[in-house]
Write a new protein. Structure first.
Length: 486
């Protein structure tokens, strides 16, 4: 058996001011995809599953990027074109596995990844099985269902099961190729637009939803069930929650299961509304907390959700309240250059952060001693993305009063303790760790955290969706339309 593989992953924040160009992406071509082997990544799961089964795998093109704005048309066409040409060149194959995110928007394509699958389908023909893996934050639309044969979404947030779900997708694809199953999919979209913070899968309501889905899978009612919380910061018609049930040639049952889980999600909708703690109150509580470390979650600047990572509200508050042993990351290449110019041991005086837009706090003037300079590269220790390299670009640690200010040239979503260790920060010795995240941080930080406070910082990651002006979104949708019925 021979399979072709490739993909594109991007979670698009359509209100972001950060452009998305081909340079935004980390691209792997052909044999470069083998670098994901053995990692807790979707592509790693595909590679490992094929090796274990002695299936010939033809790698084509894979591109991934941290969340930014919608890709322009030329960027999308360049990437989709290369992927589709790679798949076409690999034909004939017995099946195709695509690693996608599911919440990518490109100029002209509100559901850009469904367009990718549609184009792959066009070259593959109507009968060739195509398996797709999606992120839990996918905004799944009917076009995705129509173009693919079987879809498998992550069941966890933080995304700890990326490789496992990819192996499952390969299993289902192989069973399809061998004629043992005939996947049939039904999609139901309850009118729900939860924020990422509400989707932590270790707590209700998402824990409740996945427990029911897993019970149905265990009872062999469905081959696989995807519950995607969706990505609310994409102003597209298919934004929001999705339930996608896959059965073996039984569309009525797939529809019934998808509907049941969508009803369950709707019944739990009030639990998806989040209220966070004001910054001043949160910092004061973190300072006086008797145990360390305390994690302050800068939800408004949730990098994984498409914010710039240069939000300054908590930095200003930490300095104003005289916090000691606090660590905060700010993505600011200009400030890194100032620190590099001062050199290790030197004093740097500059304004940091708040430069990408005017939504995440103004630049904060700081004066401090440069403690460390580095290249910002490390390998994720996991659990999420274990084994995958990361690159923050040139990085500096500047001690400003009691604060370890980590300046990075590129934004990187937090969630892996190696990000701290690589710049000489021992997380256990910090009183306060600021994470620019919603939930992903829990993967690496969770086990060592003694207390966490979700902070109501302003910005593109705000949990108050009324702060955004939606134009393309389907309405009514909860909680924007609080009184809506379904
Ligand atoms: Zn995600």
């Amino acid at each position: 058996m021979r399979l072709a593989t490739g993909g594109i992953m991007h979670e698009t924040h359509t209100f972001s001011a950060e452009p998305t160009a081909i340079e935004t992406f980390d691209v792997a071509r052909g044999a470069e995809l083998w670098r994901y082997a053995g990692t807790n990544h979707s592509v790693g799961g595909v590679v490992d599953a094929c090796r274990a089964r002695r299936i010939g795998l033809l790698p084509t093109f894979f591109a991934t990027a941290v969340s930014t704005a919608a890709a322009d048309r030329a960027t999308f066409e360049a990437m989709a074109g290369e992927l589709v040409a790679g798949i076409a060149a690999a034909l004939p194959v017995d099946g195709i596995v695509l690693t996608l995110h599911g919440a990518m928007v490109a100029e002209g394509f509100p559901d850009a990844e469904a367009e990718v699958v549609r184009r792959v389908r066009e070259v593959a023909g109507p009968d060739l099985p195509i398996a797709v893996t999606l992120d839990l934050h996918a905004n799944i639309g009917q076009a995705m269902v129509e173009a693919s044969t079987v879809v498998v979404g992550y069941d966890t947030y933080p995304h700890l099961d990326a490789a496992e779900r990819a192996r499952e997708a390969v299993d289902l694809l192989v069973a399809t190729v061998e004629g043992r199953i005939r996947p049939t999919m039904a999609l139901v979209k309850p009118p729900l637009l939860p924020v990422p913070q509400a989707m932590f899968t270790a707590l209700p309501p998402f824990k409740t939803l996945f427990e029911r889905a897993h019970a149905l899978e265990a009872a062999e009612e469905a081959l696989v069930i995807t519950i995607a919380g969706g990505f609310p910061y994409a102003d597209v018609p298919m934004a929001g929650m999705s339930v996608l049930a896959v059965t073996d040639a039984d569309i009525q049952r797939a529809e019934r299961i998808a509907r049941e889980l969508a009803d369950l999600a709707w019944a739990h909708r009030a639990e998806m509304v989040i209220r966070n703690v004001p910054p001043g109150e949160a910092v004061a509580a973190a300072i006086r907390h008797p145990e360390r470390p305390v994690v302050l979650v800068d939800v408004g600047d949730n990098i994984g959700g498409g914010t710039p990572g240069d939000g300054t509200v908590l930095l200003a508050e930490l300095l104003a309240q005289g916090a000691q042993d606090a660590t905060i990351f700010i993505a600011d290449a200009e400030a890194v250059r100032a620190a590099v110019a001062a050199g290790v041991g030197g004093t740097v005086e500059t304004a940091v952060g708040g430069k990408t837009d005017d939504l995440h706090g103004p630049p904060v003037p700081v004066r401090g001693r440069v403690r460390l300079l580095g290249d910002g590269r490390f390998v994720h220790e996991g659990p999420e993305n274990a084994g995958v390299p990361a690159d923050m670009g040139p990085t500096a640690v500047v001690r400003v009063e009691g604060v370890n200010l980590v300046l990075t040239s590129r934004k990187l979503m937090p969630g892996d303790l190696q990000q701290l260790k690589t710049v000489g920060i021992d997380p256990l010795r910090q009183q306060i760790l600021v994470v620019k995240a919603a939930v992903r941080w829990r993967g690496g930080y969770g086990p060592i955290t003694r207390h966490a406070i979700d902070v109501d910082t302003p910005g593109l990651g705000s949990v108050d969706l009324n702060r955004f002006r939606f134009e393309q979104l389907r309405r009514p949708i909860y909680p924007l339309d609080a009184e809506s019925t379904w």
